[in-house]
Design a protein around this ligand. Structure first.
Ligand code: UD1
Length: 446
């Protein structure tokens, strides 16, 4: 039933990949055989959520931006297409290096077909506004994880002196000669902090972003902006201070490792009673995950400044998890962590405080025999002795990872559709799992 093949999200354009098959080919499916104890080494790729804002920020620079070690992800390809549409020359060089040269922005609009594929496309708004004095886009799409407003981004742009206009599902932001301002974010939104930071880089005077997001990806964006001649201070704290400069030059930059990818494989090791060494990690970024894995009975050892080893227990213990902005437990690991808890000894409470409606994986886990009840923003997960493989559907990126992990623990075969969601954010997911002994295959289903 499952035939090996490959596919890219490009082939799904204009389709809803969840319900419509690829023309002439059928649905992409991942088949996961449960039962293997994962063991070996996984090199972690660079962080998707750092690469995307840095690619958007390259619009601010006059000279070329050279990014090293860029992961092979659909979201990265989507952002590259967007930059090309806006007038940049984007060239892949050896060793996954990307060179972006801004050729003078002729277009100021992020097209709907790209924005609907990836919500992070909205990150070009800040740079376009700063550079070209105007930016237009459709309201963003992205993962189906609840209402995801953009009011905080717009509040920031308005404070810097921009005017907004909504019409026909599009939003236009306009304002030449932005001026620094003091902006308080009602929630420490990651991309709002990043968008405002980028817009403020070329504004006159000083901008203070209060209650700013403190995620490592925000710090990495500040690192890039400063390397390119910007003046950003305080990234990683709750107040970011941006002194406007006249222009940014280009620079060479190496993006931080992906803490969510690392966390996903750490959970995979823990829940399969495995023994995995992760290379290219920043342990500092993973403190909340390490704490929860230890509570669940896993052994986690820092083998060097850039590597961690995780050894799983025979059966994990139940732990309560509450998602929070960094340095709290990341919402992007809530679904993968829930996979582990379905088979834990005891009852766990998982509380999602960052996004509403981020429990779409729960019904799919239940099809595999999990015992989960949702009460408001919490999921009560009673650990069961065994999961059994079933046909399930990934509804978003992290839900997809969650189902693959659940399949690794389940008896028999789990068939996962909606695989394209996983391609958005995990580089060579199948290959990396196979490397540590998982039996996972990709194919199509008629
Ligand atoms: C980023 C990450 C995503 C991660 C999320 C939270 C990228 C490309 N994506 O998404 O993987 O899950 O951070 O860590 O970096 N909010 C508002 N108004 C706004 C913006 C956000 O109310 O203008 C709310 C959202 O509805 C949500 C919360 O803030 O409840 C957090 O969202 P936010 O931090 O903005 O997530 P993203 O930046 O979209």
């Amino acid at each position: 039933m499952v035939r090996a093949t490959t596919g890219t999200l490009g082939e799904f354009e204009g389709l809803d990949p969840l319900v419509e098959p690829v023309p002439g080919r059928g649905w992409d499916v991942l088949a996961v055989w449960g039962g293997a104890r994962l063991a070996g080494t996984i090199p972690v790729s660079a962080a998707k959520n750092a690469v995307l804002p840095i690619l958007a920020a390259s619009l601010l620079a006059d000279g070329p931006t050279v990014l090293r070690g860029v992961p092979d992800l659909e979201d990265v390809r989507t952002m590259c297409r967007l930059l090309t549409e806006l007038g940049c020359e984007v060239v892949w060089q050896p060793s996954r290096t990307l060179r972006i040269q801004n050729r003078g922005l002729q277009v100021h609009e992020a097209p709907y077909e790209l924005v609907r594929l990836m919500r992070a496309s909205f990150l070009v708004m800040g740079p376009l506004l700063a550079r070209a004095g105007r930016a237009k886009t459709a309201l963003p799409g992205g993962c189906a994880i609840g209402s995801r407003p953009i009011d905080l981004h717009l509040k920031g742009f308005a404070a810097l002196g921009a005017r907004m206009e909504f019409a026909h599902g599009r939003i236009q932001v306009e304002g030449r000669g932005l001026s620094g301002a003091r902006i308080y974010l009602d929630f420490p939104s990651v991309t709002a902090t990043e968008n405002i930071m980028m817009a403020a880089c070329l504004a006159r005077g000083t901008t203070l972003i209060e209650n700013a997001a403190q995620e490592p990806e925000v710090v990495d964006l500040a690192g890039y902006l400063n390397a390119a001649g910007g003046r950003v201070r305080g990234a990683g704290t709750d107040v970011v201070r941006v002194e406007g400069v006249d222009a940014l030059t280009g620079c060479e930059y190496q993006v931080i490792p992906d803490r969510i990818e690392a966390g996903t494989f750490m959970l995979a090791a823990a829940m399969t009673g495995g023994n995995i060494r992760l290379e290219n990690v920043v342990p500092e970024h993973l403190k909340a995950v390490v704490a929860k894995l230890r509570e669940a009975g896993a052994e986690v050892a820092e083998e060097s400044d850039t590597s961690l080893r995780v050894r799983g227990p025979i059966r994990p213990r139940a732990v309560d998890i509450k998602t929070l902005p960094f340095p709290g437990f990341p919402t992007d690991l809530q679904a993968p962590a829930m996979a582990m808890l379905t088979r834990a000894e005891g009852t766990s409470i998982v509380t999602e405080t960052v996004f509403e409606n981020r429990f779409l994986h729960v019904d799919e886990l239940k099809r595999m025999g999990a015992d989960i009840r949702i009460e408001g923003r919490s999921a009560i997960v009673r650990g069961v002795e065994r999961l059994t493989g079933a046909p399930v559907r990934a509804t978003d990126l992290r839900a997809g990872a969650c189902l693959v992990l659940a399949g690794l623990m389940a008896e028999g075969i789990t068939e996962i559709t909606g695989v394209q969601h996983i391609d958005r954010g995990y580089a060579d997911f199948v290959g990396k799992l196979q490397r540590v002994g998982a039996r996972v295959e990709r194919g199509t289903m008629a």
